[in-house]
Design a protein around this ligand. Structure first.
Ligand code: SF4
Length: 311
């Protein structure tokens, strides 16, 4: 299988892991701490849709945040408690739940400033929908990008409008692209989320979505398998799940078409274990990551091997 030829790695990984990027930027342990800023989203409050995306748990992706903790400081302390294995770590407060830019600018300022004032905070991450990035919000985010290590994460899930429409995402690719462009025009680092195994999609569709994200110039990508969670609309009629083998092949194909510099924020997700309808293999996160490493080595391939500047 030979030496690892991938430049952004100092272990056996053949992709640009976020942990590698953080280590080389900060020279020590840095971890994200998920926070719930009390946001909602336009796909839940009736502005664009109601009931939310078909895969979304009622917590808007904030399932890792302990229940019942309302203040940022309390959530942050609880999050750090789970990272005790790294006593000298620094942290990036991460507004993960719902749409982290969906509020008046004055409230966003108060939340972001509050997060940056938390002890040990060295940056800020904000997850949101691209259609919640107006010119005014992009201007605000540019201010934070100038003063700290800011990353904005946008959910896309798939570049196919028909799949997103069937999932009640209530956002077209054109709307996504407009919000993405507003951020990039101001030099703000943007990551994009994709979900593999959405109903009706082939592996070719999923690789096409990765290619689209590469062409847009995303600074980072998060990939994960569709998790069907109890209580979500998808749980009523779960789709045929991807097998772990198919998922691993898909992710390796996607990594091959992403530029080497793109940071890989995630290659497998963790939904709440007690609410998971399937696929069951997603519980074995370490096994999935190891299988991806093995498959890239077997192919003697790496992130960006099939990427070219012109697509
Ligand atoms: S996934 Fe995001 S956009 Fe969709 S309903 Fe949940 S919080 Fe709203």
């Amino acid at each position: 299988m030979g030496e690892n030829p991938f430049p952004f790695s100092d272990d056996n990984r053949r992709y640009h892991a976020y942990s590698y990027a953080l280590k080389h930027r900060y020279g020590g342990r840095v971890a994200r701490v998920p926070l719930d800023g009390g946001f909602t989203c336009p796909n839940r409050d009736g502005t664009k849709g109601a009931g939310g995306c078909a895969f979304c748990s009622g917590r808007g992706s904030g399932d890792q945040i302990p229940d019942g903790l309302t203040g940022l400081a309390a959530q942050y302390a609880a999050g750090i408690e789970t990272l005790k294995k790294w006593p000298d770590a620094r942290y990036i407060p991460y507004f993960q739940s719902f749409s982290g830019t969906y509020a008046p600018v004055s409230r966003l300022r108060a939340l972001y400033d509050g997060a940056l004032a938390l002890p040990g905070a060295v940056g800020l991450a904000v997850a949101t929908r691209a259609d919640c990035v107006t010119e005014e919000i992009a201007g605000l985010l540019a201010e934070y990008a100038a003063r700290t290590d800011l990353t904005v994460e946008l959910g896309l899930q798939t570049a196919r409008d028909d799949t997103n429409a069937a999932l009640n995402r209530c956002e077209t690719f054109a709307e996504f692209s407009a919000g993405f462009a507003r951020l990039k025009a101001r030099g703000i680092p943007v990551w994009v989320h994709l979900i593999n195994g959405l109903p009706g999609e082939t592996r070719a569709d999923m690789v096409d979505s990765a290619r689209t994200v590469a062409a847009l110039g995303a600074d980072g990508v998060k990939l994960h398998a569709l998790h069907v969670l109890r209580g979500t609309p998808l749980a009523a009629h779960p789709p045929v799940f991807q097998t772990m083998e198919d998922y691993v092949q898909t992710v390796c194909d996607q990594l091959e078409v992403l530029p080497p510099r793109t940071v890989i924020g995630r290659l497998t997700g963790d939904g709440p274990a007690d609410a998971l309808v399937g696929p069951d293999w997603t519980r074995r996160k370490r096994a999935v990551l190891n299988a991806i490493d093995r498959e890239l080595a077997r192919r003697n391939s790496w992130q960006g091997r099939k990427w070219t500047e012109n697509g």
